[in-house]
Design a protein around this ligand. Structure first.
Ligand code: GLU
Length: 282
């Protein structure tokens, strides 16, 4: 068991497109695990990225989830004791976390653009997530010297330290800070909290005992463990599901419209038929 007595899992979709089969499969595992542990499942709408998300996707997301057979006991549509469940309404939590990281000197202001970073980096993709290893250009920056240039806040990783954790699905995982991942953004230059920070702040505040998500986020889990540590919080347990690949062996992305739950439903598939074809249903 984790440090929480009760099993609490979560579904945390981002409304940037229609949900596809890959989401449904990971979420199904999350739901099964919550049930098997006699726990609760909550729904959190990860709608921070206003440039990418659209309101129509929020409604579609709720509808598709219900259609498929997901049931949550707390969420943006029904409330709950850890409300609100829309990330866009939880800025105070993220600002508080940012302040704590700042007070503890875990982060520094960074003025690099993505272009600067790619130009300064020889091996842009050291791992299978999209984040290039940050070359450390702004590590010595002080906020007072930056003036009114746009800045993001970056977490200074302990170079050379191995971050390890036990994954409920694939066993022990190890990532070396500074090698497998570098200093990462916790607050974006457009004044939006980054996924890493928002996720930790919310999973902690909502007392999530186990995080079930895709294996593409394994490296992010190592990053998030550093944030938990810096904030003096105990991380939940983690269970990363294998990603669903298409026929060409490529990851299902939201743009693979043919495999969106909507499309499949239009084509006459039912949740039962899809579960049978694609899920290990327990
Ligand atoms: N909103 C994130 C996503 O859709 C959630 C990731 C997570 O489960 O931590 O990828």
């Amino acid at each position: 068991m984790s440090h929480f007595e009760k099993y609490r899992g979560r579904l945390a979709p981002s409304p940037t497109g229609y949900l596809h089969l890959g989401h449904a499969r990971t979420f199904w595992v999350a739901q099964q695990r919550a049930k098997a542990n006699g726990g609760e499942l909550i729904l959190r709408n990860e709608d921070l990225d206003a440039t990418r998300f659209k309101m129509e996707f929020v409604d579609a997301m709720l509808e598709d989830l219900r259609w498929f057979g997901f049931e949550w006991s707390e969420g943006p549509d029904i409330g709950g004791k850890f409300a609100p469940y829309n990330q866009s309404e939880r800025m105070n939590f993220y600002r508080a976390a940012l302040e704590n990281l700042r007070a503890g000197n875990f982060i520094y202001p960074c003025t690099c653009s993505r272009k600067d970073i790619l130009a300064a980096t020889r091996a842009p993709h050291a791992n299978d997530d999209d984040e290039p290893i940050y070359p450390g250009t702004c590590r010595q920056n002080r906020e007072s010297e930056i003036g009114n240039r746009k800045l993001s806040w970056r977490f200074r990783v302990p170079d050379g330290e191995t971050i390890s954790f036990e994954d409920g699905n694939s066993g022990e995982q190890k990532f070396v800070a500074g090698k497998d991942f570098g200093d990462f953004v916790v607050w974006r230059h457009d004044d939006v909290p980054a996924y890493q920070l928002a996720c930790v702040a919310d999973d902690a505040a909502m007392e999530i005992s186990e995080v079930v998500r895709g294996a593409d986020l394994l490296v992010s889990t190592a990053r998030q463990i550093l944030i938990y540590r810096a904030l003096g919080l105990t991380p939940p347990k983690f269970f990363h599901c294998a990603l669903m690949l298409d026929k060409k062996g490529e990851r299902l992305a939201k743009r693979h419209d043919a495999l969106s739950l909507r499309k499949l439903r239009e084509l006459g598939e039912t949740p039962e038929s899809l579960r049978q074809k694609f899920f290990i249903s327990t």
